[in-house]
Design a protein around this ligand. Structure first.
Ligand code: ZN
Length: 219
């Protein structure tokens, strides 16, 4: 089924599925678990629109390319064009908040990093961004103080709060917009807290955003 941005009640948003702009390292506890150094400037990368997959559809793991890790992240839907915007303008441009998985072929990414190559094939494959429906912006009391959780087969694997981000949501969007114009329908992924690990066929996932749970399943 073709992906379309939707609200929680299932109604479609009149916004195209654009690009997905992601930040590589934005939670200190996750940087430490991968033995990375905190970046001096944000490490940005893009997933194409072919990465979108609705969370209620089975998650497909690419076969034969090593481990595929979950990274649970707050997703921000852009409603208005942002180019070299400030943080206040970025905040006003938000059309919705959701929860996403930044799926990562970790073995491949490690190999690419060691060679000094770009990460695209490890991060931007088809279906690499399973995404929930969106809450309207006013539904999230404080987007910068929101709990994010991921349970797999009943066990908590990732538990964070958006208050732990090193670069806040709107500063991040403003920074991104100095490099890439953000268009209506684009999505920003804001980084993952600690606890990343491999997914397996048949895993039952529960992604939690501000106390709401979204179920997903690995096909
Ligand atoms: Zn990520």
């Amino acid at each position: 089924m073709a992906y379309q941005h939707r609200y929680l009640d299932g109604s479609p948003l009149a916004l195209p599925a654009g690009k997905i702009v992601c930040i590589g390292r934005n939670y200190l506890d996750h940087i430490r678990e991968l033995n990375n150094a905190p970046p001096e400037t944000p490490i940005l990368f893009i997933k194409p629109s072919t990465s979108f997959s609705a969370l209620d559809q089975p998650i497909r793991l690419p076969g034969g390319r090593g481990s595929c890790h979950h990274e649970v992240e707050l997703a921000v839907l852009v409603g208005r064009e942002l180019r070299a915007a400030d943080a206040a303008t970025a905040r006003r441009s938000v059309a919705g908040y959701g929860i996403a998985l930044d799926l990562t072929l970790r073995d491949l990414q490690t190999e690419l990093k060691q060679k000094g190559y770009p990460w695209e094939t490890a991060k931007a494959f088809d279906g690499s961004c399973p995404l929930s429906p969106f809450l309207k912006p006013e539904a999230l009391a404080d987007p910068q103080a929101t709990d994010l959780t991921l349970r797999i087969n009943g066990a908590f694997r990732q538990q964070g709060n958006t208050g732990q981000m090193m670069i806040g949501i709107f500063d991040l969007m403003a920074h991104i917009s100095t490099h890439f114009t953000l268009l209506p329908g684009d999505v920003v992924l804001t980084g993952t807290p600690a606890g990343v690990g491999p997914l397996h066929s048949g895993d039952e996932l529960l992604l939690g955003l501000a106390g709401r749970d979204f179920a997903a399943r690995v096909g």
